[in-house]
Design a protein around this ligand. Sequence first.
Ligand SMILES: C[S@@+](CC[C@H](N)C(=O)[O-])C[C@H]1O[C@@H](n2cnc3c(N)ncnc32)[C@H](O)[C@@H]1O
Length: 260
Amino acid sequence: MRKIHVIGIGAGDPDQLTLQAVKALRSTDVFFILDKGEEKSDLVQLRRDILDAHIPDGAYRLVEARDPDRDRAAGGSAYSPAVGDWRSRRADIYEDLIARELGEEESGAFLVWGDPALYDSTLGILEEILERGAVTFTYDVVPGISSVSALAARHRTGLNRVARPVQITTGRRLAEGFPEGVDDVVVMLDAHQVFRQYADADDDMDVYWGAYIGTADEILISGPLAEAAPRITSARAEARARKGWIMDTYLLRRRLRDER
Ligand SMILES: C[S@@+](CC[C@H](N)C(=O)[O-])C[C@H]1O[C@@H](n2cnc3c(N)ncnc32)[C@H](O)[C@@H]1O
């Protein structure tokens, strides 16, 4: 039976692979890499660097495919159907790759950015393919260091405060309002710098922001939100213009009454 490893590869630093991930890489016959287009070709190269760093004799087979484009304009009630449609088109491509490129007794791997459990669709896609029933395989999941863990480590901070919760959410959700019942919120997938919405309204918030964490282009900014927000905005705009793409994550932390 075909076997698939879903391997979390960390958020950009090849040293952040776990030993379990390295073992899984070394037991893989075929790697599947999806290219999201020119802007993200750096990310494909980073995956290649990871393979070269950990499979020294270069004895691996790599199959690249083009990721389908997503309707990013779809908002409101059209958002979930647009994502669902994109996921099914991805499932078509993955299904085809597995059937065509993986022998019955071979093992393949999808290298997932950060950790496969966080804002990644690979596991859902593999389940969709198995449900369709046209190709069969078993799969396992190797956890990776998420960009959230990397962000906290680089800022030398925890994500939660003593006995308190932390919430991980998206820029899209944060735009609807600061989550209820939490004072520590990690925000991913924020193309619109929604933190600015809270910079004027609430002087009692700190931000810990990071872009390209773990790579040579890493940028870290932290401080009181009202003061740090303009610095983040200009650093982000400059980096995005220079590289053509950006990946950033941040922690918003509301000061507790006894910390004010
Ligand atoms: C599709 S999600 C994937 C998350 C990934 N599975 C993880 O565990 O980090 C992409 C988002 O992750 C965050 N991200 C991923 N890598 C990053 C990095 N090296 N530096 C900063 N943020 C990163 C950004 O918020 C980006 O919009």
